[in-house]
Design a protein around this ligand. Structure first.
Ligand code: ATP
Length: 270
């Protein structure tokens, strides 16, 4: 069970150079998560405690997971990921135990970065519904809080959580000593989109007529994950046309396709 719910990467391959359009967030993560791992003396010298846990919040596909992996990469830490939704939906009755296992595992792999994705699944505001799952979810959250509270001498372990639904969170997890540093990770702006296009086409054979500035303007609503998908899809168009070079029209067609798919998905979920 543990192996399926926790993903352990000893050497995640994401670096800060792979992340575009969220430079401020990268800086903040370096200061709050990386520095306590690499330079704990700085905090001791000044006499402050580093943040206990950092919460990244913002829309899907903006680079939250990448940020956590990049810190692990930079600090040679093991990256241990657990998805809140899996904990709750797939392993009913085992949530609290899995949270215990997660912290145990991270102690065995110090230095480690624990990444809890979709934390809202285990830490949303108490609802009044009487579904049987709720008590179990509560227990899972209590276990997480108690692990964090008991983590005074936590050594070389950092905890990062992520959510797309900040409004849903139980405020108990945001108290001092828990997730006491909040970092918003928004969708990229124009310049950010351009930077992300540059990143994802680094190893692509792109024609000179491709204008990333224009593309960034055209793809106003795209997230980082959308841009990655556009680049891959543009490459597919070139392959289908039996070309080695990816042209401007391929990117335009790719955006059209991905944009359509997204609107369809939105229709379905509505
Ligand atoms: P979710 O909330 O859906 O888990 P997330 O914010 O954790 O999303 P990531 O998993 O980090 O998003 O991003 C998914 C993929 O999208 C990345 O592997 C990367 O290819 C691309 N991507 C997302 N954001 C960026 C970015 N800021 N710069 C470069 N690539 C990005």
């Amino acid at each position: 069970v543990r192996a399926r719910v926790m993903q352990v990467e000893h050497d995640p391959d994401v670096t800060y150079q792979n992340i575009g359009g969220i430079d401020e967030q990268v800086e903040e993560v370096r200061e709050t998560v990386e520095m306590p791992l690499t330079n704990p003396d700085r905090f001791d010298a000044v006499g402050i405690d580093p943040p206990s846990g950092v919460l990244l919040y913002g829309p899907p596909g903006t680079g939250k997971t990448m940020l956590a992996k990049a810190v692990a990469n930079q600090t040679d830490a093991t990256f241990i990921k657990m998805a809140g939704s899996e904990l709750v939906h797939k392993f009913i009755g085992e949530g609290a135990k899995l949270v215990r296992d997660l912290f145990e595992l991270s102690r065995q792999h110090e230095p480690a970065v624990i990444f809890i994705d979709e934390i809202d699944a285990i830490a949303s505001k108490r609802t009044d519904s009487k579904t049987s799952g709720d008590a179990e979810v509560q227990r899972t959250m209590m276990q997480l809080l108690s692990e964090m509270d008991g983590f005074d001498d936590r050594g070389q372990i950092s905890i990062i959580a992520a959510t797309n639904r900040f409004d849903m969170l139980d405020r108990a997890i945001l108290r001092p000593g828990r997730f006491d540093r909040l970092i918003e990770v928004p969708k990229p702006e124009q310049e950010g989109r351009e930077a992300i296009f540059q990143i994802h086409t680094r190893s692509m054979n792109v024609d000179d007529d491709v204008d990333f500035e224009q593309l960034a303007t055209d793809t106003g609503s795209a997230s980082g994950a959308d841009i990655k998908a556009i680049c891959t899809e543009a490459g597919m168009f070139a392959i289908r046309d039996d070309r080695d070079t990816v042209r401007r029209e391929d990117f335009d067609n790719a955006w059209e396709k991905i944009n359509d798919e997204e609107s369809e998905n939105n229709e379905i979920s509505r």
